[in-house]
Design a protein around this ligand. Structure first.
Ligand code: AOF
Ligand code: ZN
Length: 347
């Protein structure tokens, strides 16, 4: 199952809104074949592995990181549970059930009905972790939200003196997060002060959708985030009409959203709900202070990845507005070069 989980992760950033799934076929303690779901709309993990195993699959065991799927309306590929039965697999080890209501236990049931032995719950926690985006999305229709921040020891995210607060190793982690997440979200403040590209520069990486929260469409039209149409801008109803036309001409989606309770901001809950409707299963929030503060204050994150760099910047922009609190009750810490990186899960 550990090998199957390793294989599953090879689909990172490639299969959304589908889950990451890996499958290993084994016989007499020996692995015959392994496969994974590598592309949205493409073959499932079981189909990939069974295809490689061929006739050898008869009488073998299958290890799958997610319950094999069944037929349902609108599905793009054949039923994996049926394929497993047809191949003559004797036993199936399943890490976790598929929360998709179209599957949810029906795959396990089909296997058992056909006389296949099923063992559930192998590496269940790791399998749930690997598919945290899919699980949250299927259960709530909202994306999994990761708030990423790099902060100096005196709590600043920006200073006039320093171009980068965290170290290159953490920057590498951020590139991997960009590859894995369906969208990156920033506010117009970040676009205006940093003019970032917000692309994934990891080798063979995949660029996420760039989601910009810009109430009054204040970001310059020649900002790098508007370099291509893989971008959506959330604004208020009465935002600058000319700016809107200029962006739309470039193929950029402009999405009107209601204001939040304090009037000068967008209702971020609505923004995430809309991203969910767009089948965005995961969002990496990359700042700045205003967005990060709202996300924390409104409890909209699932996970906060907070890098603390051993620097005192003195002057600069504080990470959060005053009064914002992140509970560290559910945090783990790792050292990444000379940075301490906290991963805080919302309980
Ligand atoms: C599996 N193995 O590798 C995956 C599964 O439209 P389709 O045919 O790609 O089906 C998508 C659904 O199948 C998806 O929503 C999820 O419930 C399940 N994904 N199941 O047995 C796989 N990727
Ligand atoms: Zn399937």
């Amino acid at each position: 199952m550990r090998r199957a989980l390793e294989l599953a992760l090879q689909g990172c950033g490639r299969v959304s809104p589908n889950p990451l799934v890996g499958c290993v076929i084994a016989k007499g303690g020996r692995i015959i074949a392994g496969g994974f779901h590598g592309k949205f709309g493409g073959p499932h993990a079981e189909a990939d592995a069974l295809g490689k195993a061929g006739a050898e699959a008869a009488g073998a065991d299958a290890y799958v990181t997610l319950e094999p799927c069944v037929r349902f309306e609108g599905k793009k590929t054949p039923s994996c549970a049926e394929a497993v039965v047809k191949a003559g697999v004797k036993r199936v080890f399943v890490a976790v059930r598929d929360p998709n209501p179209n599957v949810a236990g029906k795959g396990i049931e089909l296997l058992k009905q056909a006389g296949v032995e099923v063992v559930e719950g192998i590496c269940e926690d790791d399998a749930g972790e690997a598919n945290k985006f899919f699980f949250k999305f299927v259960r709530t229709k909202r994306p999994y939200v990761i708030l990423k921040m790099a902060v100096s020891l005196d709590g600043k995210i920006w200073s006039p003196e320093t171009s980068s607060i965290s170290n290159p190793q953490f920057a590498g982690m951020v590139q991997k997060l960009r590859n894995d997440c369906d969208a990156i979200l920033v506010g117009s403040g970040t676009v205006i002060t940093d003019n970032p590209r917000l692309t994934c520069r990891m080798p063979q990486g995949r660029d996420p959708l760039r989601a910009i929260v810009d109430c009054n469409l204040e970001s310059p039209v020649n900002s790098k985030v508007f370099n291509d149409a893989n971008c959506a801008v959330f604004c208020l109803r009465n935002a600058d009409g000319n700016k809107r036309k200029a962006l739309e001409k470039r193929g950029i989606r402009i999405i009107e959203t209601e204001a939040g309770e304090d009037g000068d901001r967008l209702n971020l809950e609505r923004v995430f709900a809309t991203l969910g409707e767009m089948k965005i299963t995961s969002v990496l929030v990359e700042g700045g202070r205003k967005i990060a503060s709202s996300v924390v204050r409104e409890g909209l994150y699932d996970e906060c990845v907070l890098a603390i760099a051993p620097k005192i910047l003195g002057e600069g922009t504080p990470a959060f507005e005053s009064g914002v609190e992140i509970g560290f009750g559910n945090a783990s810490v790792q050292t990444v070069g000379d940075n301490a990186v906290f991963t805080i899960r919302k309980r």
